[in-house]
Design a protein around this ligand. Structure first.
Ligand code: ATP
Ligand code: MG
Length: 399
Protein backbone atom coordinates (compact mmCIF):
# COMPACT_ATOMS: atom_id res chain seq x y z
CA UNK A 1 0.00 0.00 0.00
CA UNK A 2 1.30 3.46 -0.82
CA UNK A 3 2.47 5.71 2.05
CA UNK A 4 -0.51 8.11 2.00
CA UNK A 5 -2.82 5.20 2.76
CA UNK A 6 -0.40 3.56 5.21
CA UNK A 7 -0.33 6.74 7.20
CA UNK A 8 -4.13 6.68 7.53
CA UNK A 9 -4.41 3.05 8.61
CA UNK A 10 -4.27 3.89 12.35
CA UNK A 11 -7.40 6.02 11.81
CA UNK A 12 -9.26 3.04 10.31
CA UNK A 13 -7.88 0.79 13.04
CA UNK A 14 -9.06 3.12 15.76
CA UNK A 15 -12.59 3.19 14.34
CA UNK A 16 -12.69 -0.57 13.86
CA UNK A 17 -11.46 -1.23 17.41
CA UNK A 18 -14.43 0.76 18.66
CA UNK A 19 -16.69 -1.66 16.78
CA UNK A 20 -17.48 0.31 13.63
CA UNK A 21 -16.50 -0.14 9.98
CA UNK A 22 -14.24 2.19 8.02
CA UNK A 23 -12.96 2.18 4.43
CA UNK A 24 -11.06 4.35 2.04
CA UNK A 25 -13.49 5.47 -0.62
CA UNK A 26 -14.11 7.72 -3.62
CA UNK A 27 -11.47 9.67 -5.51
CA UNK A 28 -8.48 8.35 -3.54
CA UNK A 29 -9.28 4.72 -4.33
CA UNK A 30 -9.93 5.58 -7.98
CA UNK A 31 -6.74 7.62 -8.32
CA UNK A 32 -4.71 4.91 -6.61
CA UNK A 33 -5.91 2.33 -9.13
CA UNK A 34 -4.95 4.76 -11.89
CA UNK A 35 -1.55 5.44 -10.37
CA UNK A 36 -2.40 9.12 -10.14
CA UNK A 37 -1.32 11.38 -7.33
CA UNK A 38 -3.88 11.35 -4.53
CA UNK A 39 -5.27 14.74 -3.58
CA UNK A 40 -7.17 13.89 -0.44
CA UNK A 41 -8.14 10.81 1.50
CA UNK A 42 -11.84 10.25 2.04
CA UNK A 43 -12.96 7.66 4.52
CA UNK A 44 -16.47 6.19 4.76
CA UNK A 45 -17.56 4.80 8.10
CA UNK A 46 -20.53 3.22 9.80
CA UNK A 47 -19.93 5.45 12.85
CA UNK A 48 -22.10 8.55 13.05
CA UNK A 49 -20.47 11.99 13.22
CA UNK A 50 -21.07 12.13 16.95
CA UNK A 51 -19.56 8.71 17.45
CA UNK A 52 -16.51 9.81 15.44
CA UNK A 53 -16.18 12.95 17.54
CA UNK A 54 -16.11 10.84 20.67
CA UNK A 55 -13.36 8.64 19.21
CA UNK A 56 -10.92 11.37 18.15
CA UNK A 57 -9.61 14.28 20.12
CA UNK A 58 -9.06 16.63 17.17
CA UNK A 59 -12.01 16.98 14.83
CA UNK A 60 -13.52 19.77 12.76
CA UNK A 61 -17.17 19.94 11.80
CA UNK A 62 -17.26 20.68 8.11
CA UNK A 63 -20.61 19.34 7.02
CA UNK A 64 -22.07 17.50 9.91
CA UNK A 65 -25.59 17.61 8.42
CA UNK A 66 -24.22 15.57 5.50
CA UNK A 67 -22.34 13.31 7.86
CA UNK A 68 -18.85 14.67 7.30
CA UNK A 69 -16.31 15.32 10.03
CA UNK A 70 -12.63 16.07 9.48
CA UNK A 71 -10.28 14.16 11.75
CA UNK A 72 -6.80 15.53 12.35
CA UNK A 73 -4.33 12.74 12.88
CA UNK A 74 -0.52 12.99 12.87
CA UNK A 75 -0.63 16.36 11.12
CA UNK A 76 -2.89 15.04 8.35
CA UNK A 77 -6.57 15.81 7.80
CA UNK A 78 -9.00 13.07 6.81
CA UNK A 79 -12.59 13.54 5.74
CA UNK A 80 -14.76 10.96 7.42
CA UNK A 81 -18.27 10.58 6.06
CA UNK A 82 -20.85 8.39 7.69
CA UNK A 83 -22.45 5.77 5.44
CA UNK A 84 -25.60 7.42 4.25
CA UNK A 85 -28.44 7.06 1.85
CA UNK A 86 -29.57 10.34 0.45
CA UNK A 87 -33.14 11.24 1.31
CA UNK A 88 -35.64 12.89 -0.99
CA UNK A 89 -34.08 14.98 -3.71
CA UNK A 90 -36.04 18.20 -3.90
CA UNK A 91 -35.84 20.35 -7.02
CA UNK A 92 -32.91 18.40 -8.54
CA UNK A 93 -30.55 19.59 -5.86
CA UNK A 94 -28.59 17.86 -3.18
CA UNK A 95 -30.93 16.36 -0.62
CA UNK A 96 -31.72 18.61 2.28
CA UNK A 97 -31.76 15.63 4.55
CA UNK A 98 -29.67 12.51 4.66
CA UNK A 99 -30.19 9.29 6.51
CA UNK A 100 -27.26 7.68 8.20
CA UNK A 101 -27.07 3.96 7.62
CA UNK A 102 -24.79 1.17 8.81
CA UNK A 103 -24.38 -0.54 5.47
CA UNK A 104 -21.47 0.07 3.11
CA UNK A 105 -23.20 -1.30 0.01
CA UNK A 106 -26.00 1.27 0.21
CA UNK A 107 -23.49 4.04 0.76
CA UNK A 108 -21.62 3.03 -2.39
CA UNK A 109 -24.89 2.90 -4.28
CA UNK A 110 -25.67 6.58 -3.63
CA UNK A 111 -22.34 7.66 -5.16
CA UNK A 112 -22.24 9.24 -8.59
CA UNK A 113 -20.09 7.12 -10.89
CA UNK A 114 -18.99 3.51 -10.71
CA UNK A 115 -15.32 4.56 -10.68
CA UNK A 116 -16.10 6.59 -7.54
CA UNK A 117 -18.04 3.85 -5.79
CA UNK A 118 -15.20 1.54 -4.81
CA UNK A 119 -14.23 1.08 -1.18
CA UNK A 120 -10.87 -0.23 -0.01
CA UNK A 121 -10.25 -1.76 3.40
CA UNK A 122 -7.07 -1.28 5.40
CA UNK A 123 -5.51 -4.39 3.88
CA UNK A 124 -6.00 -3.06 0.35
CA UNK A 125 -8.98 -5.31 -0.55
CA UNK A 126 -11.47 -3.65 -2.86
CA UNK A 127 -15.21 -3.72 -2.25
CA UNK A 128 -16.57 -3.01 -5.66
CA UNK A 129 -20.21 -4.02 -6.12
CA UNK A 130 -20.77 -1.77 -9.15
CA UNK A 131 -17.75 -2.86 -11.19
CA UNK A 132 -15.90 0.40 -10.83
CA UNK A 133 -12.54 -1.28 -11.26
CA UNK A 134 -13.61 -2.51 -14.68
CA UNK A 135 -14.81 1.00 -15.61
CA UNK A 136 -11.48 2.48 -14.55
CA UNK A 137 -9.56 -0.05 -16.60
CA UNK A 138 -11.79 0.82 -19.58
CA UNK A 139 -11.43 4.52 -18.85
CA UNK A 140 -15.18 4.89 -18.70
CA UNK A 141 -17.44 7.22 -16.74
CA UNK A 142 -20.80 5.62 -16.05
CA UNK A 143 -23.36 6.39 -13.41
CA UNK A 144 -24.16 3.95 -10.64
CA UNK A 145 -27.59 2.80 -11.82
CA UNK A 146 -29.84 4.61 -14.27
CA UNK A 147 -28.20 7.79 -15.57
CA UNK A 148 -31.38 9.82 -15.95
CA UNK A 149 -32.52 8.93 -12.48
CA UNK A 150 -29.13 9.86 -11.01
CA UNK A 151 -29.02 13.18 -12.87
CA UNK A 152 -32.55 13.94 -11.74
CA UNK A 153 -31.50 13.38 -8.17
CA UNK A 154 -28.56 15.75 -8.43
CA UNK A 155 -28.01 17.60 -11.67
CA UNK A 156 -24.52 18.68 -10.67
CA UNK A 157 -23.43 15.13 -11.45
CA UNK A 158 -23.66 16.11 -15.13
CA UNK A 159 -20.99 18.76 -14.64
CA UNK A 160 -18.95 16.31 -12.60
CA UNK A 161 -19.12 13.80 -15.45
CA UNK A 162 -17.66 16.30 -17.90
CA UNK A 163 -15.07 17.52 -15.41
CA UNK A 164 -13.87 13.93 -14.96
CA UNK A 165 -13.52 13.66 -18.76
CA UNK A 166 -11.07 16.52 -18.50
CA UNK A 167 -9.34 15.45 -15.30
CA UNK A 168 -8.94 11.75 -16.10
CA UNK A 169 -9.23 11.79 -19.90
CA UNK A 170 -11.92 9.12 -19.70
CA UNK A 171 -14.88 8.64 -22.06
CA UNK A 172 -18.55 8.82 -21.19
CA UNK A 173 -20.50 5.61 -21.39
CA UNK A 174 -23.31 5.85 -23.96
CA UNK A 175 -26.31 6.00 -21.60
CA UNK A 176 -24.53 8.52 -19.40
CA UNK A 177 -23.73 10.65 -22.46
CA UNK A 178 -27.30 10.48 -23.80
CA UNK A 179 -28.65 11.50 -20.40
CA UNK A 180 -26.44 14.58 -20.46
CA UNK A 181 -28.07 15.65 -23.72
CA UNK A 182 -31.54 15.01 -22.39
CA UNK A 183 -31.30 16.43 -18.90
CA UNK A 184 -28.97 19.39 -19.37
CA UNK A 185 -31.76 21.88 -18.51
CA UNK A 186 -31.85 20.47 -14.97
CA UNK A 187 -28.50 22.20 -14.45
CA UNK A 188 -30.42 25.46 -14.16
CA UNK A 189 -31.54 24.37 -10.72
CA UNK A 190 -28.01 23.85 -9.46
CA UNK A 191 -26.30 26.50 -7.34
CA UNK A 192 -23.86 28.51 -9.44
CA UNK A 193 -21.03 28.08 -6.95
CA UNK A 194 -21.17 24.32 -7.37
CA UNK A 195 -21.12 24.61 -11.17
CA UNK A 196 -18.19 27.00 -10.97
CA UNK A 197 -16.15 24.59 -8.86
CA UNK A 198 -16.65 21.85 -11.43
CA UNK A 199 -16.03 24.15 -14.41
CA UNK A 200 -12.75 25.34 -12.93
CA UNK A 201 -11.66 21.76 -12.24
CA UNK A 202 -12.50 21.07 -15.87
CA UNK A 203 -10.28 23.96 -16.96
CA UNK A 204 -7.40 22.55 -14.91
CA UNK A 205 -7.66 19.06 -16.42
CA UNK A 206 -5.50 17.68 -19.19
CA UNK A 207 -8.49 16.81 -21.34
CA UNK A 208 -10.02 20.29 -21.18
CA UNK A 209 -10.42 20.71 -24.92
CA UNK A 210 -12.33 17.48 -25.29
CA UNK A 211 -14.40 18.27 -22.19
CA UNK A 212 -15.35 21.73 -23.50
CA UNK A 213 -16.33 20.11 -26.78
CA UNK A 214 -18.62 17.79 -24.82
CA UNK A 215 -20.20 20.78 -23.06
CA UNK A 216 -20.96 22.14 -26.53
CA UNK A 217 -22.10 18.87 -28.14
CA UNK A 218 -24.42 17.94 -25.29
CA UNK A 219 -25.78 21.50 -25.00
CA UNK A 220 -24.78 21.67 -21.32
CA UNK A 221 -22.98 24.97 -21.98
CA UNK A 222 -26.37 26.69 -22.32
CA UNK A 223 -26.97 26.25 -18.63
CA UNK A 224 -23.68 27.77 -17.55
CA UNK A 225 -23.61 31.46 -16.60
CA UNK A 226 -23.45 33.85 -19.54
CA UNK A 227 -22.62 31.22 -22.16
CA UNK A 228 -26.04 30.64 -23.73
CA UNK A 229 -25.19 32.54 -26.91
CA UNK A 230 -21.52 31.75 -27.05
CA UNK A 231 -21.26 28.34 -28.58
CA UNK A 232 -18.86 29.70 -31.21
CA UNK A 233 -16.43 31.12 -28.66
CA UNK A 234 -16.36 27.78 -26.83
CA UNK A 235 -15.78 25.90 -30.09
CA UNK A 236 -12.97 28.28 -30.96
CA UNK A 237 -11.48 27.66 -27.55
CA UNK A 238 -11.27 23.93 -28.29
CA UNK A 239 -9.42 24.67 -31.53
CA UNK A 240 -6.66 26.55 -29.76
CA UNK A 241 -3.60 25.08 -28.05
CA UNK A 242 -4.85 25.79 -24.52
CA UNK A 243 -3.33 22.74 -22.82
CA UNK A 244 -0.67 24.63 -20.93
CA UNK A 245 -2.74 27.67 -20.01
CA UNK A 246 -3.82 28.11 -16.39
CA UNK A 247 -7.52 28.33 -15.58
CA UNK A 248 -7.32 32.12 -15.21
CA UNK A 249 -5.57 32.44 -18.56
CA UNK A 250 -8.37 30.41 -20.12
CA UNK A 251 -10.97 32.68 -18.52
CA UNK A 252 -9.19 35.62 -20.14
CA UNK A 253 -9.04 33.86 -23.48
CA UNK A 254 -12.70 32.93 -23.27
CA UNK A 255 -13.67 36.56 -22.60
CA UNK A 256 -11.54 37.62 -25.55
CA UNK A 257 -13.13 35.06 -27.86
CA UNK A 258 -16.59 36.11 -26.66
CA UNK A 259 -15.64 39.67 -27.62
CA UNK A 260 -16.77 40.94 -24.26
CA UNK A 261 -15.84 44.61 -23.87
CA UNK A 262 -13.48 45.32 -21.00
CA UNK A 263 -16.13 47.18 -19.07
CA UNK A 264 -18.56 44.24 -19.22
CA UNK A 265 -15.97 41.72 -18.18
CA UNK A 266 -16.71 42.02 -14.46
CA UNK A 267 -20.39 41.52 -15.10
CA UNK A 268 -19.75 38.22 -16.84
CA UNK A 269 -17.34 36.96 -14.19
CA UNK A 270 -19.65 38.06 -11.40
CA UNK A 271 -22.32 35.77 -12.81
CA UNK A 272 -19.94 32.90 -12.05
CA UNK A 273 -19.49 34.26 -8.53
CA UNK A 274 -15.73 34.20 -8.80
CA UNK A 275 -13.73 35.83 -6.00
CA UNK A 276 -13.18 39.56 -6.52
CA UNK A 277 -9.39 39.24 -6.58
CA UNK A 278 -9.57 36.68 -9.35
CA UNK A 279 -12.04 38.79 -11.33
CA UNK A 280 -9.75 41.78 -11.10
CA UNK A 281 -6.78 39.83 -12.34
CA UNK A 282 -8.65 38.33 -15.26
CA UNK A 283 -10.01 41.74 -16.36
CA UNK A 284 -6.64 43.33 -16.01
CA UNK A 285 -4.96 40.66 -18.15
CA UNK A 286 -7.75 41.02 -20.72
CA UNK A 287 -6.99 44.75 -20.91
CA UNK A 288 -3.27 44.05 -21.35
CA UNK A 289 -4.09 41.48 -24.00
CA UNK A 290 -6.07 44.01 -26.04
CA UNK A 291 -3.13 46.41 -25.86
CA UNK A 292 -0.69 43.66 -26.74
CA UNK A 293 -2.10 43.47 -30.27
CA UNK A 294 -0.89 47.05 -30.85
CA UNK A 295 2.27 47.26 -28.75
CA UNK A 296 5.22 45.14 -27.84
CA UNK A 297 6.51 45.01 -24.28
CA UNK A 298 8.54 48.00 -23.19
CA UNK A 299 10.18 48.80 -19.88
CA UNK A 300 7.27 51.09 -18.98
CA UNK A 301 4.57 48.60 -19.93
CA UNK A 302 6.25 45.84 -17.99
CA UNK A 303 6.78 48.05 -14.97
CA UNK A 304 3.11 48.98 -14.90
CA UNK A 305 1.72 45.49 -15.54
CA UNK A 306 4.10 43.59 -13.27
CA UNK A 307 5.82 40.37 -14.33
CA UNK A 308 3.06 37.91 -13.55
CA UNK A 309 0.36 39.70 -15.50
CA UNK A 310 2.73 40.28 -18.41
CA UNK A 311 3.45 36.55 -18.59
CA UNK A 312 -0.25 35.65 -18.42
CA UNK A 313 -0.92 38.15 -21.20
CA UNK A 314 1.88 36.91 -23.43
CA UNK A 315 0.87 33.28 -23.04
CA UNK A 316 -2.72 34.00 -24.06
CA UNK A 317 -1.47 36.24 -26.88
CA UNK A 318 0.79 33.45 -28.17
CA UNK A 319 -2.07 30.96 -28.13
CA UNK A 320 -4.27 33.31 -30.15
CA UNK A 321 -1.43 33.87 -32.61
CA UNK A 322 -0.84 30.12 -32.95
CA UNK A 323 2.67 30.54 -31.63
CA UNK A 324 4.46 28.38 -29.03
CA UNK A 325 2.88 29.30 -25.73
CA UNK A 326 6.16 30.25 -24.04
CA UNK A 327 7.50 32.30 -26.95
CA UNK A 328 9.20 35.49 -25.70
CA UNK A 329 8.52 34.64 -22.06
CA UNK A 330 12.21 34.46 -21.20
CA UNK A 331 12.78 37.79 -22.96
CA UNK A 332 10.06 39.34 -20.83
CA UNK A 333 11.58 37.83 -17.68
CA UNK A 334 14.99 39.24 -18.58
CA UNK A 335 13.56 42.65 -19.38
CA UNK A 336 11.75 42.63 -16.05
CA UNK A 337 14.77 41.52 -14.03
CA UNK A 338 16.73 44.39 -15.59
CA UNK A 339 14.19 46.99 -14.44
CA UNK A 340 15.98 49.50 -12.26
CA UNK A 341 12.99 49.71 -9.95
CA UNK A 342 10.07 47.28 -9.81
CA UNK A 343 7.81 49.42 -7.70
CA UNK A 344 7.33 53.06 -6.70
CA UNK A 345 8.37 52.10 -3.16
CA UNK A 346 11.84 51.44 -4.51
CA UNK A 347 12.33 55.04 -5.66
CA UNK A 348 15.11 56.72 -3.69
CA UNK A 349 12.86 59.73 -3.03
CA UNK A 350 9.51 60.00 -1.30
CA UNK A 351 6.69 62.53 -1.27
CA UNK A 352 8.13 63.88 1.97
CA UNK A 353 11.48 64.63 0.30
CA UNK A 354 9.70 66.52 -2.46
CA UNK A 355 7.67 68.60 0.04
CA UNK A 356 10.84 69.44 1.94
CA UNK A 357 12.87 70.33 -1.16
CA UNK A 358 10.11 72.46 -2.65
CA UNK A 359 9.08 73.82 0.70
CA UNK A 360 5.48 73.20 -0.28
CA UNK A 361 2.49 71.44 1.25
CA UNK A 362 1.25 68.14 -0.08
CA UNK A 363 -1.15 67.98 -3.01
CA UNK A 364 -1.69 66.36 -6.39
CA UNK A 365 1.62 67.81 -7.60
CA UNK A 366 3.51 65.21 -5.54
CA UNK A 367 2.00 62.31 -7.45
CA UNK A 368 2.80 64.04 -10.73
CA UNK A 369 6.37 64.76 -9.78
CA UNK A 370 6.94 61.24 -8.47
CA UNK A 371 5.62 59.89 -11.75
CA UNK A 372 7.99 62.18 -13.63
CA UNK A 373 10.93 60.91 -11.57
CA UNK A 374 9.78 57.32 -11.86
CA UNK A 375 9.79 57.51 -15.67
CA UNK A 376 13.25 59.08 -15.70
CA UNK A 377 14.69 56.44 -13.35
CA UNK A 378 13.10 53.61 -15.33
CA UNK A 379 14.46 54.84 -18.64
CA UNK A 380 17.90 55.41 -17.11
CA UNK A 381 17.89 59.20 -17.56
CA UNK A 382 18.73 59.61 -13.90
CA UNK A 383 20.20 57.26 -11.33
CA UNK A 384 17.95 56.07 -8.53
CA UNK A 385 19.91 58.10 -5.97
CA UNK A 386 18.49 60.83 -3.77
CA UNK A 387 21.16 63.49 -4.44
CA UNK A 388 21.30 62.77 -8.15
CA UNK A 389 17.52 62.99 -8.45
CA UNK A 390 17.55 66.31 -6.62
CA UNK A 391 20.21 67.75 -8.94
CA UNK A 392 18.36 66.44 -11.94
CA UNK A 393 15.09 68.05 -10.81
CA UNK A 394 16.88 71.37 -10.53
CA UNK A 395 18.34 70.92 -14.03
CA UNK A 396 14.89 70.21 -15.42
CA UNK A 397 13.51 73.31 -13.73
CA UNK A 398 11.23 71.14 -11.65
CA UNK A 399 12.34 72.75 -8.41
P1 ATP B 1 -11.42 14.74 -6.64
O1 ATP B 1 -11.33 14.90 -5.14
O2 ATP B 1 -10.26 14.13 -7.30
O3 ATP B 1 -11.87 15.99 -7.29
P2 ATP B 1 -13.53 12.91 -5.99
O4 ATP B 1 -14.14 11.77 -6.76
O5 ATP B 1 -12.83 12.56 -4.71
O6 ATP B 1 -12.60 13.70 -6.96
P3 ATP B 1 -15.16 14.59 -4.37
O7 ATP B 1 -15.98 15.76 -4.76
O8 ATP B 1 -14.02 14.76 -3.45
O9 ATP B 1 -14.69 13.93 -5.72
O10 ATP B 1 -16.19 13.52 -3.77
C1 ATP B 1 -15.78 12.36 -3.06
C2 ATP B 1 -16.69 11.20 -3.42
O11 ATP B 1 -18.02 11.50 -3.00
C3 ATP B 1 -16.82 10.89 -4.90
O12 ATP B 1 -15.77 10.06 -5.35
C4 ATP B 1 -18.16 10.23 -4.97
O13 ATP B 1 -18.08 8.89 -4.54
C5 ATP B 1 -18.96 11.00 -3.94
N1 ATP B 1 -19.68 12.17 -4.53
C6 ATP B 1 -19.25 13.44 -4.60
N2 ATP B 1 -20.17 14.25 -5.14
C7 ATP B 1 -21.22 13.47 -5.43
C8 ATP B 1 -22.50 13.71 -5.99
N3 ATP B 1 -22.87 14.93 -6.40
N4 ATP B 1 -23.34 12.66 -6.10
C9 ATP B 1 -22.99 11.44 -5.69
N5 ATP B 1 -21.80 11.13 -5.16
C10 ATP B 1 -20.92 12.13 -5.02
MG1 MG C 1 -11.99 13.93 -3.27
Amino acid sequence: MIPVFEKAIPVLDHIEKAGYEAYFVGGCVRDNILGREISDIDIATSATPNEIKKLFSKTVDVGIQHGTVVVLWEKEAYELTTFRSDGEYVDFRRPSEVTFIRNLHDDLQRRDFTMNSIAMDKKGNLIDPFKGFHAIKNKTIETVGDASERFHEDALRMMRAVRFVSQLQFSLEQNTYQALIKYGPLLEKVAIERKTVEFEKLLRGKGKRHAIQILVDTGLFKYLPGLLHDQRALCNLTLLEIDSLTEDEIWTLLLYLMEIPINSCDGFLRQWKLPVKKMKQISSVLQLLHNRFYHNWTIERLYHSGLEEAIHTEKVFNVIQHQPVLKEISTIEKLYSDLIIKDRQELAVTGNDLMKWNNEDGGPWIKEQLQFIEEAVLSGRVDNDKDKIREWLVECNQM
